[in-house]
Design a protein around this ligand. Sequence first.
Ligand code: PMP
Length: 412
Amino acid sequence: ATPMARPRQEDTAVPEAFTRFDRQPGFRQVRMIQEGAQRFGVENPFFHVHAGTASAHSEIAGHPVINYGSYNYLGLSGHPQVNAAAKAAIDRYGTSVSASRIVAGERPLHRNLEQSIAELYGVDDALVMVSGHGTNISLIGHLLGPKDMVLHDEYAHNSILMGIQISRAQRFSFRHNDMDDLERLLQNHRHRAERLLIAVEGIYSMDGDYPDLPVLVDLKKRYGAWLLIDEAHALGVVGHRGLGIAEHFGIDPRKVDIWMGTLSKSLAACGGYVAGEKALIENLRYLAPGFLYSVGMSPPVAAAAQAALKLLKAEPERVAALQARGAYFFDRIRALGLDTGSGAGIAITPAIFGSSLHAVRLSSALLQRGIHVQPIIYPAVPEKQARLRFFLSSTHSQADIDITLDALRACL
Ligand code: PMP
């Protein structure tokens, strides 16, 4: 039989909006942002190129800047021991493991890293994946199904929401850090689901605040739910030794069902982890799609995370310095009369201006004075919540902060 001739594009009645990339809503939105920046005479605040390692100091367009845009909280990205570990791993194992770990991609440094992470939390086991964002998607997407439910903080990270979408579980959000609102949802909906997951973050990266862990542990027990805590911004940041939100509250981490976190922030690498009971980790190790159908973690990346973890444990003074800088910065910025929202004086401090344009202009003016701080604008946050967001690092000095506050004062 002769194959049917396919109609040419111009013969079909398909509107161009369905075929042309420059007609897509996402592209139009990007254009609007770019044209808006031009119209208001501000520089595009996105995709600034940093010339080297970015911690308290960095270099943009040939100019040195005091940098508040990176989450190199403990200054470990670029640390000689971390770099040396990554280089040694390349010499021994190459740059790629060239297969999923379940087939030919397993190397000793994978399990070593996982055991170190499990030890940190005092739980049975852990699993690492090549992306933090992908970890939440694979974890939640694999663990839950359509008969299940997720109750999540309204500010939960995009990766948590994407995981829920993939799982097809029902979801409801509760007001930010509002445990009464969460309990109301539990009362109203617990009976309508088989498994129920409460998903929160250890530290919220837009606001620099945290949930009431003791209440969460109590609620999850009383309502027969699992508790997932995303520690992306909590590990290395809170707790005496930087062990995260459980240490901050003095709670046994084994009371939390699922610890999730990233290797990309305090741990100076790239990727995500899940830590918890053996039965959870084994399930993921054999079946979670983002693990099973993805290459094993690159050797230098795993080795860098392991070296950073070792430094985190050996040098708690880094954590203490970060916490001291965070508190100092917070006090001074509040003394300027700025709105720090629900910020709690830790390594992330927002300064809320309530106008995207104002935030972008201010960020641009600060950059002229050698201060790099990212504006967070609509739609990442509601327009009235548009802000500058300052990430502190243990490597910021008090002098850096004082210079920054002088610059801010001059720009306000
Ligand atoms: N969870 C949270 C709370 C995050 O803030 C982020 C990223 N900033 C991720 C997950 C994703 O992690 P990664 O960037 O390492 O992929």
